[in-house]
Write a protein that binds this ligand. Sequence first.
Ligand SMILES: C[S@@+](CC[C@H](N)C(=O)[O-])C[C@H]1O[C@@H](n2cnc3c(N)ncnc32)[C@H](O)[C@@H]1O
Length: 235
Amino acid sequence: MSRIRFDLLSLFPEVFRPFVNASILRIAAEKQVAEYHLHDIRQYSRDKHKKVDDKPYGGGPGMVLRCEPVVSAYEDVQNMDERTGTAILLTPQGKTFQQETAKRLAREERITLLCGHYEGFDERIRDMLPLEEISIGDYVLSGGEAAAMVLIDAVVRLIPGVLGHEESTNNDSFSDGLLEYPQYTRPPEFRGLKVPDVLLSGNHKEIELWRRAQSEKRTYERRSDLWKDITQNRS
Ligand SMILES: C[S@@+](CC[C@H](N)C(=O)[O-])C[C@H]1O[C@@H](n2cnc3c(N)ncnc32)[C@H](O)[C@@H]1O
């Protein structure tokens, strides 16, 4: 069974603690398919006040994360394990995170995540370290921690053996380029709204056809971008 080591480098590593100790992430750790290591970048600052940032050259607002503590933290953490894996810099300027990215990363044996803050990183950190730059979307967060959590959650649930039913990730939205079909559970009627008859029919073939049609309808109505990709690939 595969096992992924996550190294989380941040100025606020404590925000990850409750996150990795709950729900699916916790289950993954208990099943020994994921392990989480938290590291405080500030501990690597040689400044007597443990300062990690400074004013931008050329002027302008905000503060920039300095090279020395970030590079030292990265190098020290990478040496903690013989697996190299992949190292990711969370940044709004990176390639947008997709389900395909999560699938690829779920096959890694180690993922190191570098979370920025303030105005972001001194550019030389990008020049110097072998980092893949990932964004979780076209908006700006105050720090990379929330972005790292999104990434970890999406990856961990894809590690074989983490979820009870393997097929539950196969049907998820985006897995086959489509959004997922509508889901229902008991009761069969709630305030006059009924579950579609086909789902109560017990006819698995009919249910499968209905779900496929619903997935396509949803994708067509809600995500013309995905629908375009699918129809182009078919032709
Ligand atoms: C305020 S942002 C810095 C933004 C930077 N000044 C820019 O315009 O590209 C601080 C940190 O939050 C994280 N961050 C913000 N938005 C993000 C996003 N959409 N995806 C991933 N990380 C993000 C990054 O780690 C970044 O270094």
